[in-house]
Structure formats: structure tokens, C-alpha cells
Design a protein around this ligand. Structure first.
Ligand SMILES: Nc1ncnc2[nH]cnc12
Ligand SMILES: [Mn+2]
Length: 565
């Protein structure tokens, strides 16, 4: 909690004992790169003294440890962790993540402002500092049916909320370039404020036009060349390592000390299984150093550069006057957090247990039509068929074309060519739309997988080799308030209910991790070869990521920005 100025001045000067002193450690100085042996004096939520000896009302011995500024995830969707903000706080805080800048457009696509307000309310009860950007593109385009629509007038009343930094990722980049009135109204309302970007593969003059609109960051860069063009044009590049989008290896070469002030880290969408198995930003730090980036460059990206990119001047260094966000780690290279302090509060099980947990919103959010096997037939008299090509570890898909000859009026899955059926079913109770298509890359040989996590409109996505199993999996989602289902031979093999908006579980993150292990095993039993099939499925519906996607309106050629069938 915040102490008086007099208390902080006295404790910083050492004329009064500090509230807390971390003694005997070495601080990693992200300005000079030095590792300096020093006590760290903390008064309330603020660091007040370093590079001197201090006494404290409470003293913790951190001898042999290294102290680094708390890590900042600069772009994520908490919903993609599949747990509530409270469980997300408890899951990643102890790994050193003390600030997270989220875009709640997933829940906003289901229940609009109610979801954003719930996130803002939750943010006031967490130990980490969760900042909530205002979702700029709900729905992401005109080519999908979402549960809500947000215009500039909906967002402006929230723009000065203390937990709001600015406008969240402006994904509808075609809408910006085409001067869509709704897009321009939002950009105008937030003019001069922080606006996050999302412009995968956009370059040249069109990128210049997009940036001229005041958009400042990019987390969708998937190659070093793309990232360098965007750095050179003044964007902050947020290097991403999520559960599906894994760009760290491709971008590690640009993570130099020279570029590090303009580079940050983010996860975007990372589930509790990957967090448990590999880590969160701590995983990115370990990996980036192992790939050859210097610790100075890497820890700057994880904290100081992020703080400066988002105007969070009160953090990013272990220095007097900064928030007491501190990770006590074993070594720079392994980055295993031994103790973590957020705003001077140590992140312990008791501290998490003492939080007031708010009741969820958006229950019973699945209002989809019941479907039958017949609903998955794909009519068509031309054999030439567009097919979504999956690129493992990417959310960018290929626009493939295969000849699939209709049989008794239906284009059926062809497992010999790994061409399986995909469908999207509108589930917000708006119009009952259903669209079908083909996808290559799952490896699926039997059964079906269904999900209400279906970026970003979060309708029902179902992929399968058997229509009856597809119907069973899709209909089961209505019974469990949404989530993931694996079905085969007329039976549900595994499921993970996500009753909050059809996106988040009410269970502890440890339980969700266990359920994900069972789901992935069940999916592998169907022949699925993808490491993360559920999020990979979820992204096949996102019409602001090139090249071919599918929504409840039909197949979307993202490059042409139109529904093609
Ligand atoms: N959840 C998400 N929504 C929109 N664009 C994304 N790119 C990666 N993750 C995304
Ligand atoms: Mn994005």
C-alpha cells in the first residue's frame, strides 16, 4: 500500500527503518548492465533505497540471489489462459510477472462492455498490476457474427479509467486503410493516446498509412525482416511466444542491446499447460538468452523497455521511487523466480488467498442451435475447393486449393489427403448461421473436436472426420456452457468446461492444466498431430490473420478481405 511522502523520504535516507529490506543480493542494473551487490529498501509499495546498507522493520536474506525488475507482459488475452483473471494472477505472478497489459476483446466479443467492466473490476483485486486496454475491434470485421458490437461511443467513457492505458490492438487494418467510418471514429477518439497495433505482413506505403493513424506497437511480426521494417518506422515490436504463435526464435536475432529499448515481450495467448510445462515470460527470457541475446537486452525487453513503451514511468528498474516490483531469481540465464514482490507485496499463497475474488459474468453464454450430421454436408458442383492450410506454431494459414469431387451432393472429408471438415456455428443466439469448409494439417483420422474458444467472435468451431461426432461434440458444448470437447464413435472422450463466456474455467489453473493434458491425449488418439490443437482450431476463425479463414459467414479470403463461399 502507498505510504506518505515523508515516510518514503525518511526511509530512503535511512533515518527511519524501512518497512522491508532485501539484504545481501545483487541488483541487475538495466541501464548500465552491472550486477551490483546492495540492499534494497522498500517503503510500502515503493523502492526507496539501493546502493547502501539499510535496516528494516522486516528483513529478508536474499544472499546469492539476483534481483531484477518485475516482468511486464505487454500484450495478452487473459481469457486465452482459460482461467479467470484471479487464477491468471496466481499462475504467472510467482514466475515474476508483475504487470500484464491485456486486451479483453475475447470476453467483449461474447458480452460486450459487461465483460470489459468485469475485467476492470477484477484488476482492482489482483496482486499483479493488470492493465486493461479498450478493445478496438469487436467484432474484428464485418465478416463474422459476434455476441456484441463496440463503437467509439461505447469506449470513450472508459478511456480515463485508472487501469486503462489506451486502445487495444487495432486488428481491422484493412478497415483503417479503407477509411472505414467506424474505425476512423475510434482512432479519432483516442488520437494522441496509446493505440496498440496488429498488422500481420503489412508493409510499405500501406504500413505507413496505418502508422500515420497513430498506431504504435506490433506483436504480429513473424519474421526478422517484418519486425525490422516496423522498428525502423517507429513501432515498438512486442516479441511474442504464445501457445500457438511462437515468434521468439524467428525474432531472436534482432534482440540486440542496440534495439532492446524498442523491443518488448508478450504472450498474446498462452494456456496453463504451456505455462506449467515451459513457463511464461520467464520462459521467453531463458530462451532468448540461450539463443544468444545478452541478458541486458533480454531483461530490458522484459521490463524497462515495456514500461517505457506503455508510459508506465513508475516501474522497469530497481531504483528509488519505482514500484517495488521485484523478482528474486537464481541466475540471469535460468530465471527461476525464488520470491516475487508486486507493489511491495510478496506473492505468497496466503497473499493470493487473501484477495477478494469477484463473481463471474457471462454464464450460460452458449445459445447455439442443436445440429445434426446433415448440417456438416458441403454442397457444391465444382470439384475445385479452397482448403485452409495449417502452419504448426503459426496462426497464419495457407490458402490451398484441392479438387474434392461431390458424392451424392456432399463434399466429404478425404483422410488420405488429410482434408477434414471444419464448421463454424453461430452461438450467440443472433442468427444460427452455419458454415462448412475444409482444413489440412490436423492429422485427424477419427471423431471430432469442438470449441467455443473461436477467435475472436467465439462461435462454435468444430473439426472432424465424422459428421455425427461433429454434431455430438458441437451440441455437447451447449450443455457444458462452452469449452473444448473431443468426441469419437458417438461418445465424448474428454472435455473442458469453460463456463465463463464459453472461454474461461472457474477451476484452479492446476485443474485446467490436468484437463488439457487429458484433452490433448484424447486428440492424439484421434490421430491429431498438432502440439496445441485446440488453440490452433480456435484461430482458424480469425479473419484478420492471413490468408484463408472461416467464420459463421463462410470462408474468408483475408487478403481480398471478402467472404468467398
Ligand atoms: N486472441 C487474438 N485475437 C486477435 N488476434 C490475435 N493474434 C493472436 N492472438 C490473437
Ligand atoms: Mn493480435
Amino acid at each position: 500500500m502507498q505510504r506518505s511522502l515523508s515516510d518514503m523520504i525518511r526511509q530512503g535516507r535511512g533515518v527511519a527503518p524501512a518497512d522491508l529490506v532485501l539484504k545481501g543480493g545483487r541488483v541487475f542494473d538495466l541501464v548500465t548492465g552491472d550486477l551490483t551487490a546492495t540492499d534494497v529498501a522498500i517503503c510500502g509499495d515503493t523502492i526507496v533505497g539501493i546502493q547502501a546498507e539499510y535496516q528494516g522493520a522486516r528483513e529478508i536474506d536474499v544472499s546469492g540471489r539476483i534481483l531484477v525488475p518485475g516482468f511486464i507482459d505487454t500484450h495478452l488475452h487473459v481469457e486465452s489462459s482459460l482461467v479467470t483473471p484471479f487464477e491468471f494472477d496466481r499462475c504467472v505472478g510467482p514466475r515474476g510477472v508483475t504487470t500484464a497489459i491485456c486486451d479483453p476483446h475475447e470476453i467483449a466479443n461474447v458480452c460486450g462492455l459487461e465483460g470489459i467492466r468485469w475485467f476492470l473490476d477484477c484488476a482492482g483485486h489482483l496482486l499483479m498490476d493488470l492493465r486493461v486496454q479498450l478493445s478496438s475491434c469487436v467484432p474484428s470485421t464485418h465478416m463474422e457474427t459476434a455476441g456484441a458490437r463496440l463503437e467509439a461511443a461505447d469506449l470513450v467513457p472508459l478511456m480515463d479509467h485508472p487501469k486503462v492505458i489506451g486502445l487495444a490492438e487495432f486488428m481491422n487494418f484493412p478497415g483503417v486503410l479503407m477509411e472505414d467510418p467506424g474505425c476512423l471514429a475510434k482512432l479519432d477518439a483516442f488520437r494522441g493516446r496509446h493505440i496498440d497495433g496488429h498488422a500481420p505482413l503489412l508493409s510499405g506505403r500501406d504500413l505507413n498509412g496505418y502508422l500515420a493513424a497513430g498506431i504504435r506497437t506490433e506483436h504480429e511480426a513473424t519474421s526478422a525482416a517484418e519486425a525490422m521494417e516496423k522498428l525502423r518506422k517507429g513501432m515498438r515490436v512486442l516479441i511474442r511466444e504464445g501457445s500457438v504463435s511462437k515468434d521468439l526464435h524467428a525474432l531472436a536475432e534482432i534482440l540486440t542491446e542496440r534495439h532492446s529499448p524498442y523491443l518488448c515481450f508478450c504472450t498474446d495467448d498462452r494456456n496453463p499447460l504451456d505455462i506449467a510445462e515451459h513457463g511464461h515470460l520467464d520462459h521467453m527470457i531463458r530462451t532468448a538468452i540461450a539463443l544468444g541475446s545478452s541478458p541486458l537486452a533480454v531483461y530490458r525487453a522484459a521490463s524497462l523497455s515495456a514500461a517505457e513503451a506503455f508510459g508506465l514511468k513508475d516501474r522497469g528498474l530497481i531504483a528509488p521511487g519505482k514500484r517495488a516490483d521485484i523478482a528474486v531469481i537464481d541466475s540471469l540465464e535460468s530465471c527461476r523466480a525464488q520470491r516475487v514482490f508486486a507493489g511491495g507485496v510478496e506473492l505468497t499463497p496466503d497473499a493470493f488467498a487473501a484477495r477478494e475474488v469477484l463473481a463471474p459474468v457471462a454464464r450460460a453464454s452458449v445459445r447455439a442451435p442443436q445440429v445434426t450430421a446433415r448440417d456438416f454436408r458441403t454442397a457444391g458442383n465444382r470439384a475445385e475447393t479452397p482448403v485452409i492450410g495449417i502452419l504448426p506454431g503459426k496462426i497464419i494459414t495457407e490458402h490451398l486449393t484441392y479438387d474434392i469431387a461431390p458424392e451424392d451432393g456432399d463434399k466429404r472429408p478425404d483422410l488420405s489427403r488429410d482434408l477434414v471438415k471444419i464448421a463454424v456455428i453461430e452461438r450467440h443466439g443472433k442468427n444460427g448461421n452455419r458454415a462448412t469448409g475444409f482444413v489440412k494439417g490436423f492429422g485427424l483420422k477419427h471423431g471430432a473436436i469442438a470449441s467455443t474458444v473461436c477467435h475472436d467472435h467465439h462461435n462454435i468451431a468444430v473439426v472432424g472426420a465424422d459428421y455425427a461426432d461433429m454434431a455430438l461434440a458441437a451440441n455437447r458444448l451447449s450443455q457444458i456452457e462452452g469449452g473444448f470437447v473431443v468426441a469419437e464413435g458417438g461418445r465424448v472422450l474428454a472435455e473442458l468446461p469453460l463456463p465463463v463466456a464459453g472461454l474461461m474455467s472457474l477451476e484452479p489453473f492446476e485443474r485446467v492444466r490436468e484437463d488439457l493434458v487429458a484433452l490433448r491425449a484424447a486428440a492424439r488418439g484421434l490421430g491429431v498431430t498438432l502440439e496445441e490443437p485446440f488453440l490452433q482450431l480456435a484461430f482458424l476463425a480469425l479473419p484478420v490473420i492471413p490468408h484463408l479463414k472461416i467464420t459463421d459467414h463462410g470462408l474468408v479470403d483475408v487478403d481480398k478481405f471478402e467472404v468467398i463461399g
